[in-house]
Structure formats: C-alpha cells, structure tokens
Design a binder for this molecule. Sequence first.
Ligand code: GDG
Length: 498
Amino acid sequence: MNDTRHGGDRLVVVSNRLPVVVKKVGDMWTSMPGSGGLVSALAPVLRNRGGIWIGWSGTSEANPVTIGGLLQEAARHCGYSLKPVFLDQKDKDEFYHGFANEVIWPLFHDLQSHCNFAPRYWQAYNRVSRRFSDVIMQNTRPGDFIWIHDYHLMNVAQELRSRQVTARMGFFLHIPFPPPDIYMKLPWRFPILRALLEYDLLGFQTLRDRRNFLQCVRLIAPDLAITGKGQVVTIRAGSRELRVGTFPIGIDYQDFARGGKAEAVVRKARALHEDLPGRQVLLGVDRLDYTKGICHRFEAFRNALQRFPELHHRTTLVQVVVPSREDIPKYNDLKMEMERLVGEINGQFTQSGWVPIHYIFRSLSRTELLAYYRACEIALITPLKDGMNLVAKEFCAATPENDSVLILSEFAGAAAQLQKGALLVNPYGVEEVAETIARAIAMPSAERRTRMRKLKRFVRDYDIFWWVDSFLRAAIAKDLNDFPAPAEYIPRGETVSL
Ligand code: GDG
C-alpha cells in the first residue's frame, strides 16, 4: 500500500470546475459546494483519500490569496487538497462558454446545428490547456496518477507530454462520444483525436461511445492495432500503447437509499403528496439544458392529457429545473420557451383543484430532492442524449420499491444498464412518450415492484465505488483503498464556517 504523505502515489483529479464554487455575495467572498453530475459522482469517492483536486473555482474576478484561503478552509472537510486554476474573463468567454459549451457540448450530443465553430475558441481551448498543465506540473510528482475529466480538458495530456511529464494519465469522458459522421464536422477533429491518444487509459460511459470513438480513430489511422475485447481493449499507436474502456458511472447507492428513508425526507415527502391528493406524480429533474429534452417532455405530457382525459385530476408533472449556464443566450432562450410552454399547457388544462404542471426553477436542498424522489411515483427522464444521467439512478435508489416506475430515454447512457426495469422511450416521439406515461400510470403494483427491484439491484451493484475501482484497476492496477485517508482529515458532519 502506498502512503500518500511520504512520496507514494497520489490520486490527482483534474476537472474544469472544482467541487467548491467561490462566489462574491455582497462584499464578501464565500465558497459553496458545486453542482452537476461530475461533482455529485466524484465528491463522495475522493472524500477521504488525501489526494488533490485541480480545477477552476468558477470566478474570473477574485484574487488568488482570497481564493486560496477559502479553498484551504473548504479542503479541511474534503480530505483532499483543492488547487485552483485561474481563468480570466476572456478565458471564461472563449474557452468555457465558447469552445466547451458552444462547440463540444452540442456536437457531442448530436446537435451540430447549435455549434459555433469560431476559430478563436480553439486558440482559447489550447491556452487554457496550458494553464491547467502549469498547475498540474506545480502540484504533482512522477509517481502520481493524474485522472483528467471531461470534454473541457481533452488536450491536457498532450500538453503535459510535450513538457516531458511521465506520470500515468487517465481520461474519462462524462458526455457521449458522437458517431463519425457528426464528429467529423469538427474543424479540429484530428488534433483532438491525436491528443486523446496521449492518455494511458481512456474511459467512456457506454459501449456505444467507445465504438464511436474507435471508428473515428480508425479514420485517421486505418492501420491501428486494436486488440482484446470486453470492458477494456488495447490500442497500439506507433510505439505507444493505450487502453480504452467502458466504465458506466454510478452513484453512492447506499447514501441515496439511506437518505430516502431519513425521517426528515419521509416527512417532507408525505407533505408534498398531501398537497397533491389522489394523484400519481410524474417527476423531471434536470439542469437547464437543451440536451435534457424538457420542452419535448412538456409536449408529450400535453399530448397525454389530450388523448387520455382520464388522466385529468389523476396526475401532475413536477418539473425541477436547476439554473445552469444562464449567461449563454441559447440557455436563456430555452428557459423562456419552457416557461411559455408551462403557461400554455397549464392555461389549457387547469381546472379547479388541479394544475397539471408544477414548475420549479431553482436548486433544491438535498432533503428536498430526496423527498421528491420519494414522493413521486413516476420519474420521467427523457434527455435527447445524455452521457449517463445520474438522476435516473438516484431516483431508483431513493424511491420506495413497491410503487415506482422509471420512464427513461433510450438515448441516455443509463438505458444500456437499466433497460430491463425501465420503460424505454424515444424522447422525440411525443405520442410514444404520451402512451408510455399512460401505461406507467396504469401499471399494476406487482409489475412495478418486479421492475423496480431489478433497477435497484443494478444501481446498487454498479455503484460509484465499483466505477472508480474498475477505472483505477484498468489504469494502474490499484483500487480506491490503495489511497488512504490523511491524518488531518475532518470527517463529514463537523461543520466549519467559511
Ligand atoms: C454530466 C453528464 C453524466 C440536480 N438537481 C439538483 C441536484 N441535482 C444533481 C443530481 C445529479 C446531478 O445534479 C445531475 O447529474 P446528471 O447526470 O443528471 O447530469 P449532468 O449534470 O449533465 O452530468 C451526465 C454525469 O455528468 C456524470 O458522469 O451522468 O450524462 O451530462 O447528481 O442529483 N442536486 C441538488 N439539488 C437539485 O436541485 N442538491
């Protein structure tokens, strides 16, 4: 076993955002937990491993001393250190809003019509890769394992290799990898593929994503040798050898299962349902994003209410939308379109004592989120495309076994694992989704129970710890327990004000 404090190997996680966001509230700088799938997934894994998390703190204004102090304080609770990368306003505009969110995000979700391939964005992407590489070099040593996350940072290993960094490096893509006919529209398709080949291990969410990636790689190097089959295959590229695997990300199942039964959650769930008497409640929980298919979902719900009048008064859709990327015009347009649709559908169907859509536009506390998972009978999760979709898994873990149904888009990565228990739908098919809603509402308890048991088993067996261990084993033949907690770790539950 390696000692993390005395020159042994450390786990160094690198992602665009740190798990802590630094913000100015009035005149005071404060830090708060970050949100989103990557942070939800990784934070519990790293919590007491004594490694390092490198990323952007989310602000382009604060001075390094203020941020450094806040992060040091926050790190005492995490059991790993937080090292900030500083991005200025130009980086934020051109790298984060530009290359990451106007090029790669839409393209990799098959929405090339949303892309803006501005050449200055590519310059910014490379500039920020260099900035991340500077911080990685200042904070790592050769024996460390550097695990880089997601589409913002695909070029970082190449930059580090050009600086003679020899540490082992892995990369995990949290979003889908598109098929070749879409990927090849990217003006920088070849440099990005070559950059990805500089990692020692590349991880994708599903077999579909890995297949897409390998097909693209074959286009630039038809004679590439790919050997092996199963979860991890090997590519020989010149003198280099790298591994490419599928590692469907999971959740901390026990934490959600326990959380769903906590007294405060049960009480809150009961209160939520008492406000909706005699209803089966459908639930959507999404970040504000056009990939999540929220407007298509509203149209499907409208279609269900039009075609199945027996659902009136008997069902309500609760849609939670968590604010995200609102300073990007496309996201603001989406918000306005969602609000227009909610108003229109509620205007069309509301009757005394029944409002069909309850729309919540804010972030929920964990207790509230768990209470919704527990209170709602049917999760309606219909992204147009999604790397995995953790909400689907969290719902399965937290909801009671005997009365819940999961309706899931076949284009969510989670569908590959959850297809036996969920009702799969094509989110573009408004009538198909409407019929599935009616089917779910009429589903007998025995069928619900059989399906939900299968879902819970899958989510439990392939949880976040399985995910991290299988990635680390493929990368460096180690698992999480080889990275022990540091002595100075302050366990969760003890609060320190920031
Ligand atoms: C990316 C990929 C992939 C949501 N609302 C609230 C809240 N959340 C939490 C959920 C969940 C997370 O945010 C969202 O995760 P998703 O996986 O659904 O989506 P992305 O943010 O797009 O994540 C995705 C993921 O990375 C991991 O690889 O699955 O495909 O796009 O954990 O619980 N949390 C709280 N209040 C809310 O209102 N507390």
